[in-house]
Design a protein around this ligand. Structure first.
Ligand SMILES: Nc1ncnc2c1ncn2[C@@H]1O[C@H](COP(=O)(O)OP(=O)(O)O)[C@@H](O)[C@H]1O
Ligand SMILES: [Mg+2]
Length: 365
């Protein structure tokens, strides 16, 4: 009898466009065990091109293909960094790809990628394109992490919320009775990052320190909150298609003269409030809120979420044994394992799809 490999690599590069998070995980005997993690930052030219491809631009067919090749190199580098930690064969690399358009209302989402090149470079089976099938079944194709959040962090009889704060924010409400709901709440770090990049040339607001130095501007906050997406009922998902620089600049134009640090404080509060209100609208009073994604390293953001929830415990997923910057890559490793074992990965209650679907496509080694 041969042993089926249970080691999977998950690769996630999200809307923050900071680089590739990778984990090597072992799913033997139904457990979820992280063996190693790695991060491969995007070369600046690749990041700039992936940013440019977020919106319609000239010759984008060819430019997308070339960016996908560059992306595959970054993915392969991340795989190479993880392989020394694998004691046996790796069953597959599960790779999210880089979202450059997300238009479920038009029937498509595009995670650019070259999985064939990654299979060629790594010599390992590659599973890619996790979102398209859910959209084909009438869903949003997002968020896909709630099923994993339940498997990894759910506790029967206890209501928990897992919040992923990447470029975009999303919540998974683990009701404790087997039900899981969730959706994208709106901007996570995307506006916070672009504002500090514009004013200070830094990629992000380390620990939320700049936001903490400012004061929330109530008038600007109201203007920012006046966005139909926040009032839209679930299922819903979003991305840079909506929350981009022009969106922010149009809002700021309605409220001129706010000092840059105060804008930063207000953008941080916007992320916190939209997350907190999304949780409250789900009608649960969670035992605790666990934050993952890079936003978990922003103390101002966590403080603001806790305050908006009236003192509910807010902590990072490290409290549940998984470092916040590993959760999403681990989720895709797990989705790869689900694909390989022919188990569904979506939750129709979350995405709005017509039913459970097996997500992904295989590119054999
Ligand atoms: N030390 C930190 N302090 C504040 N924010 C941070 C820190 N580290 C990461 N971040 C934020 O997290 C983002 C990356 O989060 P990530 O989970 O990788 O998002 P995505 O999945 O969209 O790529 C960064 O762009 C930054 O905004
Ligand atoms: Mg990232």
């Amino acid at each position: 009898m041969t042993n089926t490999p249970t080691l999977y690599i998950g690769l996630m590069s999200g809307t923050s466009l900071d680089g590739v998070d990778g984990v090597l995980a072992d799913f033997a005997n139904g457990a979820i065990h992280t063996l190693a993690a790695a991060f491969a930052p995007f070369p600046p030219e690749l990041r700039a091109e992936l940013m440019a491809l977020q919106a319609a631009s000239p010759n984008e067919l060819e430019r997308e293909a070339l960016a996908a090749n560059g992306l595959a190199l970054a993915y392969a580098e991340c795989v190479r960094a993880l392989l020394p930690s694998a004691a046996g064969p790796v069953a597959a690399v599960a790779v999210h790809g880089q979202t450059i358009r997300h238009r479920p209302e038009l029937g498509f989402t595009r995670q650019t990628n070259n999985p064939s090149l990654l299979a060629e470079l790594s010599g390992i089976d590659v599973i890619a394109d996790f979102r398209s099938r859910d959209i084909a079944a009438g869903g949003q194709g997002a968020p896909l992490v709630p099923a994993f959040h339940e498997a990894a962090f759910g506790k029967p009889g206890t209501a928990r919320v897992v919040v992923n704060i990447g470029g975009i924010g999303n919540i998974s409400v683990l009701h404790g009775d087997g039900r899981v709901t969730g959706f994208d709440t709106g901007p996570g770090n995307v506006l916070i990052d672009l504002w500090i990049a514009r004013h200070k040339g830094q990629p992000y607001d380390e620990d939320g320190a700049w936001a903490a130095s400012g004061t929330v501007d109530a008038a600007l906050l109201e203007i920012l909150l006046d966005e139909p997406y926040f009032r839209q009922p679930a299922p819903k998902s979003t991305g840079r298609d909506l929350f981009h620089e022009q969106w922010l600049d149009a809002k700021l134009a309605q409220c001129p003269g706010v000092a840059p640090a105060d804008v930063q404080a207000t953008l941080t509060r916007l992320t916190a409030l939209t997350i907190a209100r999304a949780i409250q609208d789900e009608g649960v009073r969670p035992d605790a809120v666990y934050v993952c994604g890079g936003g978990a390293y922003n103390a101002t953001l966590l403080r603001d979420i806790g305050a908006a929830l009236g003192g509910v415990k807010v902590e990072s997923t490290a409290a549940l044994g998984v470092a916040p910057n590993r959760v999403e890559a681990l989720a895709f490793a797990w989705l790869g394992w689900r694909f390989a074992t022919r188990q569904p990965g979506n939750l129709p209650a979350v995405t709005g799809a017509r039913g459970l679907r097996i997500l992904g496509a295989l590119y054999p080694a």
